[in-house]
Design a protein around this ligand. Structure first.
Ligand code: 3PG
Length: 206
């Protein structure tokens, strides 16, 4: 099964912002304990690569790097152990770097033009971001018609209440979001509560 298929089978991509490398291992364990072994570790903090390196010890985790906006970050993510790359918007530079590094890329798209640019580089599973702010389910339905064979991972403003409405769309293969991994809980060291949130999220998409 391909990596994209494995993510699709699970259906959720927790979007993570690690502020302290000490959180990386317990977070990986919390997600695995919830049967949600997926992590998009965002390059929004200086310790992102270090956190990815720590989390890469957990071989069952589908470990990706998010908020990747430069070719250098693609290299750093790969060196740290990430197996896929996500960015908020489609970036030709990141796309080329992923092809060169043999990494899967889930580019962010917000418009038909973005979708076509991503398709031109061969990418078929695209992150629709920021989903809620761009019209959510209604916009995705409109995107579906002209692009058969393209699927979406909506992210941005998704939560336990609205995730099912996205997952009910045939073009949606998985949903991303930070609601399962709140920084407040990480800072409190409450990784058990993160496991519970992740489990709850999985029940919502059934
Ligand atoms: C992302 O980069 O994917 C988003 O910041 C996640 O959006 P959310 O915090 O609204 O879930």
């Amino acid at each position: 099964m391909s990596l994209a298929d494995k993510i699709v089978e699970i259906g959720l991509v927790p979007v993570i912002k690690i502020t302290d490398p000490a959180h990386a291992a317990p977070l990986a364990e919390a997600l695995i304990a919830a049967d949600l072994p997926v992590a998009e570790v965002t390059f929004r903090t200086d310790c992102a690569a270090e956190a990815i390196k720590i989390m890469s010890e957990y071989k069952e985790l589908l470990l990706g790097a998010g908020t990747v906006i430069t070719a250098e970050q693609v290299k750093a993510a790969k060196e740290a152990g990430a197996t896929y790359i996500i960015s908020p918007g489609f970036s030709p530079e990141v796309s080329k770097a992923c092809i060169a590094e043999d990494l899967i890329y889930f580019p962010g798209v917000a418009s038909p033009r973005d979708i076509q640019d991503a398709m031109a580089d061969g990418w078929k599973t695209l992150k629709f971001f920021p989903a809620e702010a761009l019209g959510g389910v209604k916009t995705l339905k409109a995107f579906a018609a002209p692009y058969p064979g393209i699927s979406f991972v909506p992210t941005g403003g998704i939560n336990a209440e609205n995730v099912k409405s996205y997952m009910d769309l045939p073009v949606v293969k998985a949903c991303g979001g930070s609601w399962m991994v709140p920084n407040k809980l990480m800072e409190e060291g409450n990784f058990g509560a993160i496991t519970e949130l992740a489990k709850e999220a999985l029940t919502k998409i059934k």
